[in-house]
Design a protein around this ligand. Structure first.
Ligand SMILES: [Fe+2]
Ligand SMILES: [Fe+2]
Length: 193
């Protein structure tokens, strides 16, 4: 349902739980980045009216998630501040073709896969977190990220530029690329490392 080409290794959640504070901080940044990405797409594709309201709603929801994560950090006494991001998103987005409308299709499908991977990993956290409040927060967030995954794929259809077969084939190609990017070993514990 999430279109991912690989499953996260169970060892990831052990590492995430062992470095929970930094993973939570990284997650707050990811929500902020998700909102910023949706807003950037509104600016870049103003000539595509079908994208405007759904992307605006997505941006608002991601900012609400950002605020939820800020509150979760505050409850644990973690100060919000700068953190080096995972190279995951930039490496994933490097697959985007530079010419339009291919660039639009690829960007929407990369966003769909980021949402899918986030959802998958939040499920691991929701299942394993010893803190009941945090586990409940994650169950709420992961349901939203599953919807966002579908929303980005639906936007690729809504612009009426791409055949269904093209969308499906490109989603499978980018999912295979995403599986290689997420599997790269990284030193820093992050939501996508
Ligand atoms: Fe989110
Ligand atoms: Fe999302």
């Amino acid at each position: 349902m999430l279109a991912l080409a690989s499953a996260t290794d169970a060892a990831w959640v052990d590492r995430a739980l062992a470095h929970l504070d930094v993973v939570l901080l990284d997650h707050a940044h990811c929500e902020k980045k998700a909102a910023s990405t949706a807003i950037n797409l509104i600016f870049r594709y103003q000539d595509r009216p079908a994208l405007m309201a759904p992307l605006s709603a997505l941006a608002r929801e991601e900012l609400a998630h950002f605020e939820e994560m800020l509150a979760a950090l505050a409850r644990r006494g973690i100060a919000f501040g700068r953190l080096d991001p995972s190279p995951y998103a930039a490496e994933l987005l490097s697959v985007c073709r530079p010419h339009e409308p291919a660039r639009l299709l690829d960007t929407l499908l990369c966003c769909a896969l980021i949402e899918a991977r986030s959802c998958e990993r939040m499920q691991f956290l929701a299942d394993r977190l010893p803190d009941a409040d945090l586990a409940r927060l994650y169950r709420g967030l992961l349901a939203a990220e599953a919807r966002h995954h579908q929303a980005y794929v639906d936007l690729a259809r809504a612009v009426e530029l791409f055949e269904e077969s093209e969308i499906r084939a490109r989603l499978a190609q980018i999912a295979a690329h995403e599986a290689t990017v997420i599997a790269r070993p990284r030193a820093e514990p992050r939501l996508h490392n």
